[in-house]
Design a binder for this molecule. Structure first.
Ligand SMILES: [Zn+2]
Length: 335
């Protein structure tokens, strides 16, 4: 953490507070703060609420010579806990509306049902090879991590969809819907200088996690379309949810698409070698290293999004065998 400053100004007028998250491969999440249209502040995403995140956001607002009560609007790029965690607390401190895509709002309401509600979505992984007694809710840092995550849904939520134009940071931003990483994901693009607040749709160093949870049935297909869209929009400067900001969003969108094409190929190669197999076996081929339970679950949901992408396009078939789905090349005979 020491090499990552809490506060930064990665783009003129866009202030950034960096908070800690307890996930392997991620480590940090950004909260962006900028001037609102009515003289107050606009916040984009609200971190997980882990460790001293609240104090950092508060200090960041003070660094700007402001108070939490100055916050006018809280926008959320998507409904993952590391992005909406503290939005209820920020709303309680400021009275500002929380604004997100209607699908993201639905997901937040679902998650507010707590870990038990989330468990049901992981239960279907048992049909893909996961041992039923493995604790799928196990998180790095132990069980307490999950219960310490703030999952509070704010009292007042407003929704926004593609085509909307919002004002902050001294300019107008167009809202685009970029499903894939999360089905209710939106990004904000300022056409006057082609800068984009992209959430987790584009990340600089790692590729965003594209997990399969049964609904929607083709998250990778949606994500590939979102990447094509961003390639076309060609943002000049990208402010992501995690990691460094970077230039040339089109090039990054292209390289992430190529990464998934490569992973699709590796899934097919694994099935070609193994014959009909469940998703967990393919996961161990594609991610050829030791994985912690949490990572293994993430890896398997990522492989499932690829296997389902191929199946929905007729390039793979699957059949239930002894309670487990086996994927195979179309010509293979499933036992
Ligand atoms: Zn994230």
């Amino acid at each position: 953490m020491s090499d990552k400053p809490f506060f930064a100004m990665p783009y003129p007028g866009i202030f950034r507070v960096t908070c800690t998250v307890p996930f392997p491969g991620l480590k940090i999440v950004h909260v962006y703060i900028t001037e609102g249209p009515n003289g107050g502040l606009v916040v984009i995403d609200s971190s997980l609420g882990y460790e001293d995140s609240w104090a950092r956001i508060e200090q960041g607002v003070r660094w700007l010579d402001r108070e939490l009560t100055d916050i006018e609007t809280i926008y959320l790029t998507h409904a993952h806990p590391d992005h909406f965690g503290l939005c209820r607390e920020l709303q309680e401190a400021s009275g500002a509306p929380v604004v997100c895509h209607p699908i993201a709002r639905e997901h937040m309401l679902e998650m507010a049902g707590g870990p038990e509600r989330m468990r049901t979505s992981f239960d279907r992984y048992v049909e893909h090879g996961w041992a039923p007694d493995d604790d799928m809710m196990q998180m790095p840092g132990g069980r307490s991590t999950m219960s310490s995550m703030s999952m509070g849904v704010p009292e007042r939520m407003e929704t926004i969809e593609e085509g909307a134009r919002v004002t902050f940071g001294g300019g107008d931003w167009d809202v685009y819907w970029t499903p894939g990483h999360e089905h209710g994901h939106i990004v904000f693009l300022r056409p006057s200088d082609d800068v984009i607040l992209v959430g987790d749709t584009l990340l600089g160093r790692i590729t965003p996690h594209i997990g399969w949870y049964g609904e929607p049935e083709d998250p990778l297909g949606h994500f590939m379309d979102s990447l094509a869209r961003l390639e076309q929009l060609a943002p000049a400067f990208v402010l992501p949810g995690h990691g460094r900001s970077f230039e040339d969003g089109a090039a990054r969108a292209r390289s992430i698409r190529n990464h998934h094409r490569d992973r699709l190929r590796r899934c097919v190669e694994s099935l070609g070698r193994r014959g009909p197999s469940n998703a967990l076996s393919v996961t161990h081929d594609v991610f050829d290293r030791d994985l912690m339970v949490f990572e293994e679950r993430m890896a398997m949901s990522e492989v499932l999004s690829h296997l389902e992408y191929l199946r929905l396009r007729g390039r793979l078939v699957r059949e239930m065998h002894d309670g487990t789905w086996l994927y195979a090349m179309p010509e293979s005979v499933i036992p």
